[in-house]
Design a protein around this ligand. Structure first.
Ligand code: HEC
Ligand code: HEC
Length: 310
């Protein structure tokens, strides 16, 4: 059942990003938004940027010494204006963008840095992704481009509902990395796949060699050739169904782009890849819809989106 759904979504979503090169995708959005930009309102002075000021008192831990509300009172007062503007429209206003970036950075330091790192570059230990690259595992909200162009609300959805957080609208609810050894399957996957074993250990190793090839690492050619056939075979690995036949991942499912080892969350060495296939993976991020104020949620979405520059 899952396989069918996944195949359906895949057909729609294999984005031109694959064809156009990923580098183009993330930043097209900002360019596009900028081109539609109305002239800025002249009356209001732009708020002072925060620059590199520390957000915690000197000597305090960056994660424990949180800014008091009054330290950014000016921004909080104005931040309420964000509530009635859609997240994708905030970038069209210089003034609202400035507020979002300042407030968003504080929200980030307080609520996100513990998992994604103070530098936003992710954490291997937390299996949390680098937020400064322009590849979004979860995206696809832009109607006009069929999800190809990335926009701030792609990120907002992830932050609002989380990833496999238990919220009914969470990202990744429909899919996780299937445990190919049935003894490691969770209830979700038993429901979709039962206890059928489609690949044995030697086949898992061959597929892992192909994943090493896909991710441009050292690989065993004979095994990888066999692995590629298993990867594409719907009755065996069936990997292409969720990761696309090219292995670049599917933004509707949040499946990893296997061609870029730097975006792996669970390790890109051979042993880790074998473990991912054998035992499955199910990364989680909490939902922030009840944690953040509406303006904070929008601000941090705009801020995080704006940092995805490489
Ligand atoms: C039902 C959909 C589905 C199928 C089938 C599937 N995957 Fe995945 N895979 C995912 C998802 C979703 C993730 C991301 C899991 C996460 O973020 O925790 C993932 C993650 C991975 C990872 C870990 C990457 C990382 O971020 O460290 C590897 C390796 C992998 N898949 C390889 C494969 C291979 C090889 C096959 C076929 C044998 C396969 N997958 C089949 C959905 C799938
Ligand atoms: C408890 C740890 C944790 C916290 C706190 C957390 N995240 Fe995450 N986040 C994760 C993990 C883990 C993933 C990857 C889930 C997966 O796909 O397997 C993730 C994924 C994401 C993604 C998806 C990236 C993509 O490529 O699509 C975004 C965006 C994100 N987080 C932003 C945030 C923001 C902003 C905050 C703070 C408001 C935050 N996260 C707080 C753990 C966390």
């Amino acid at each position: 059942m899952m396989a069918k759904t996944a195949r359906g979504i895949r057909t729609v979503l294999i984005s031109a990003c694959a064809v156009l090169s990923l580098a183009g995708c993330g930043q097209q959005a900002s360019t596009q938004v900028a081109s539609n930009e109305p002239p800025p309102a002249p009356a209001e002075p732009a708020p002072e940027p925060l620059g590199d000021e520390p957000t915690s008192p000197p000597g305090g831990s960056p994660l424990i010494g949180l800014p008091e509300e009054e330290e950014y009172g000016e921004f909080v007062a104005r931040a309420e204006e964000l509530v009635n503007v859609s997240t994708n429209d905030i970038a069209k206003s210089i003034r609202l963008s400035a507020i979002s970036l300042a407030l968003g950075r504080m929200v980030y330091d307080r609520h996100c840095a513990s998992c994604h790192g103070a530098d936003m570059k992710g954490s291997a230990a937390m299996h949390a992704p680098d937020l400064t690259d322009n590849q979004w595992r979860f995206s696809g909200d832009d109607h006009a481009s069929g999800g190809e162009i990335k926009i701030p609300s792609d990120v907002e959805w992830t932050i609002r509902y989380g990833v496999r957080s238990g919220h009914p609208s969470a990202r990744g609810n429909e899919s996780d990395m299937l445990a190919f050894d049935p003894q490691y399957r969770n209830d979700h996957d038993i429901g979709d796949y039962g206890r059928v074993k489609t690949v044995d250990e030697a086949e898992v190793e061959a597929i892992a060699e192909y994943v090493l090839q896909l991710s441009k690492q050292r690989f065993d050619r004979a095994k990888a050739t066999r692995g590629k056939a298993l990867f594409l075979d719907n009755a065996k690995g069936n990997c292409g169904d969720c990761h696309t036949d090219e292995g670049i991942g599917n933004a509707a499912l949040g499946s990893t782009d296997l061609t870029r080892k730097e975006v792996y969350l669970w390790g890109s060495d051979k042993a880790s890849i074998i473990e991912s296939i054998t035992k499955g993976r199910r990364g989680e991020m909490p939902a922030f819809d009840k944690v953040l104020k509406p303006e904070e949620l929008k601000a941090v979405s705009v801020y995080v989106f704006s940092q995805a520059t490489k």
